[in-house]
Design a protein around this ligand. Structure first.
Ligand code: SF4
Length: 688
């Protein structure tokens, strides 16, 4: 029955699911969300929203929502008061810091938290604890984008706004499945293709967009660098180059041309298991386009050579003069979580302060020290994988985790659980009792994105307002308040009494954010960074005058193809690829508590029918998947969307813990895990 009682409030805010950053109107009736609708006129989503942002909100009323702090007593987590929880956290963190030094404590901040919360988190760990050991989940997804795009162009973000896809005539989509993981972008790409743009998809799976593509390079997992070098080889050989751009605005062409001699189509076809003719066709489509665009995702970054993947993909845009020029469409990394761009932008990283200002630079540290009134440590801190190793070696004693379920989302879960067990003290902020929370000493009940005040940064560098539609339930509280309270309990004052004050302080210390403020965002709507002054809009298109590299030029990178860390062999003959499903998000903690669960109640293992027949596996039967690192059971789904010899699964379900399987191999430059390539053995569950 339709509820016709009047809506009591409507709040415009930013979606807390994926990094597209859709603007939503949240309609509340009697302290309950009655509906969420896409905001009309919103610059990113233009009246659209997907099944997650629009409908997956009932988790906020879930019966198992945390509404009071939990403290471990006699091995059990029991409900507690804020005073007890804060007192214990303050006392244990101070004791570990004082006894073992500040580097015995590390923090994992959250891509789900606001910019202001992330700003406060890094200020807390640096000034109250005294270490740079803070990281966020960009380590697990787009750290290679930050490193690769910075090295190629100068800044750690995409080069152009989403709207520039409106005038592209050829999209090269690499390692991304946006119709499931970033649906509003997926729809924009589909619309553009239906309007006549050509589409090249590079993906080991036949995704929805791959099926629409002019050319689908179904390249073997881990072969990206060879494929991108192969396309670059053809761009050079067939002279699809912007010579004036290369002469005046780039470096490194001669070294790249020398390397590319080793990547003729036949050689690349053999490495990537694609047809030479398809490589030639893809290079010609991209090479002959007037306004080529590159869109990519985790299928490029989550590899042992993910940063090389980003750099060799960036080469293609540079060779065509398709970046930093008027009318170009540039290169867009599809960031995963809602605020993974912002968490890094705010300095929740072990080697940089807000705005990617390097911790090693004395003048930068001095500026922050003057403002904060406390010393800023010089030594870079630990990255997330290093935190787990340090916990197991006894070097790290306490881990503070904000809004991430690392025991489910991080690779090689057995190793993560052992690291959590090895810590003397673990603090969590979470909305639910996650797998990580189960191993914590103290759990603070967190607010969801629908109950928060602040800002997120989306995948095309837009700062957007986040406004609370409701108050958090019971004694739950936002991360901003919890961090303030913990600092106070430790005798420190983080300043920044409000989220607006936190962004103002951040802007005053960070030239690329200097023109940003809550007041301005309220008055003008979303603003891109860099935004150095308050009288001009931010820069949506980057590098029109010069690149932000030290010499002002885009840097072509000569990077050879190197094999993945994981290789199949007789014992582990299949390659597992992990990814996302349309109706679920990340560890599924929110979407599994909504009606979206009815649309996909469990995870499945996608396997090619020919492989399934050989293994005596039928559709709907259970299979045991074993890797060199762990084991799990999944129900088989037979599909030709995966190639023979490859299988696919997502990690949304704790009952089908796919990250038990994934390996400890990481990107050599950034430590981003190799989620996309795991050698596995598959056998049917014995029928009995
Ligand atoms: Fe939210 Fe992403 Fe869906 Fe937009 S596309 S509504 S940001 S989940």
């Amino acid at each position: 029955l339709l509820d016709l009682r009047p809506i009591t409030s409507t709040t415009t805010t930013t979606c807390g699911y994926c990094g597209v950053g859709c603007t939503l109107d949240v309609h509340v009736r009697d302290d309950t969300i009655a509906a969420i609708t896409p905001a009309h006129g919103a610059p990113v989503n233009r009246g659209h929203a997907c099944i997650k942002g629009r409908f997956a909100h009932t988790f906020i009323q879930a019966e198992d929502r945390l509404t009071a702090p939990l403290v471990r007593h006699n091995g059990q987590l029991v409900e507690s008061t804020w005073d007890e929880a804060l007192g214990l956290v303050a006392q244990r963190l101070a004791a570990i810091r004082d006894q073992h030094g500040p580097d015995a404590i590390a923090m994992i901040s959250s891509a789900r938290a606001t910019n202001e919360e992330n700003y406060l988190a890094q200020k807390f760990i640096r000034t109250v604890i005294g270490t740079n050991s803070i990281d966020n989940c960009s380590r697990l997804c787009h750290a290679p984008s930050a490193a690769g795009l910075t090295a190629s162009f100068g800044l750690a973000g995409g080069t152009n706004p989403l709207d520039d896809l409106d005038h592209t005539d050829c999209i090269l989509l690499a390692g991304a499945n946006p119709t499931e993981a970033h649906p509003v972008v997926g729809a924009r790409i589909k619309q553009r293709v239906l309007a006549g743009a050509r589409l090249v998809v590079i993906d080991p799976r036949r995704t929805e967009l791959a099926a629409l593509a002019d050319v689908h390079l179904q390249a073997a997992p881990g072969s990206n660098v060879a494929v991108f070098n192969g396309l670059a080889h053809l761009l050079v050989e067939e002279d699809h180059l912007d010579h004036a751009f290369l002469d005046h605005r780039t470096t490194g062409f001669d070294d790249l041309a020398t390397l590319l001699a080793d990547y003729p189509p036949e050689a690349v076809a053999a490495i990537a298991d694609v047809r030479s003719a398809d490589l030639v066709a893809a290079a010609r489509l991209f090479g002959q386009a007037q306004h080529p665009a590159i869109v990519y995702g985790l299928g490029v970054t989550e590899h042992a050579h993910g940063t090389d993947g980003v750099r060799t993909l960036a080469n293609l845009a540079i060779l065509r003069g398709a970046v930093g020029t008027t009318g170009c469409c540039g290169i867009l990394p599809l960031r995963g979580q809602n605020n993974v761009q912002g968490a890094s932008d705010m300095g929740a990283l072990p080697d940089v302060l807000p705005g990617y200002q390097h911790i090693a630079a004395p003048a930068i540290r001095a500026r922050f020290e003057r403002a904060w009134g406390r010393p800023v440590p010089e030594r870079p801190g630990l990255r997330i994988p290093q935190m787990f190793d340090a916990a197991l070696s006894g070097e790290l004693r306490a881990l503070y985790v904000i809004g991430e379920d690392i025991a489910q989302s991080d690779p090689n879960s057995g190793h993560v659980r052992a690291a959590l067990d090895a810590c003397e003290f673990v603090v969590c902020h979470d909305v639910f009792r996650s797998r990580t929370a189960e191993q914590a000493s103290v759990v603070f009940p967190a607010a969801s994105f629908l109950e928060k005040d602040g800002t997120f940064v989306n995948f095309d560098r837009r700062f957007q307002r986040v406004r609370p539609a409701l108050a958090p339930p019971g004694h739950a509280s936002d991360d901003f308040n919890v961090l303030q309270q913990v600092a106070q309990a430790m005798g420190a004052d983080l300043g920044c009494p409000t989220p607006a004050a936190a962004l103002a302080e951040c802007a005053s210390l960070t030239p690329v954010f200097a023109g940003l403020s809550h007041r301005r965002l309220e008055a003008e709507g979303p603003l891109h960074w860099p935004c150095p002054t308050s009288d001009r809009p931010g820069e949506a298109v980057l590098y029109l005058d010069r690149f932000a590299t030290p010499d002002g030029k885009a840097a072509l990178a000569a990077r050879p193809y190197l094999p993945s860390g994981e290789q199949p062999d007789a014992d582990f003959p299949f390659l597992l690829i992990t990814g996302r499903r349309l109706v679920h998000y990340n560890t599924g903690s929110m979407t599994r508590r909504t009606a979206n669960l009815e649309l996909r109640p469990a995870e499945t293992l996608e396997i090619h029918p020919s492989d399934a027949a050989r293994l005596d596996i039928t559709d709907g039967t259970d299979a045991i998947i074993t890797s060199r690192w762990g084991q799990t059971v999944l129900t088989a789904h037979l599909t030709t969307d995966v190639a023979p010899g490859q299988v696919f699964a997502a990690f949304h379900f704790p009952t089908a813990p796919v990250n038990e399987l994934t390996s400890p191999h990481t990107d050599t430059a950034t430590d981003c895990p190799e989620y996309k390539v795991t050698a596995v053995h598959i056998q049917p569950v014995a029928r009995g």
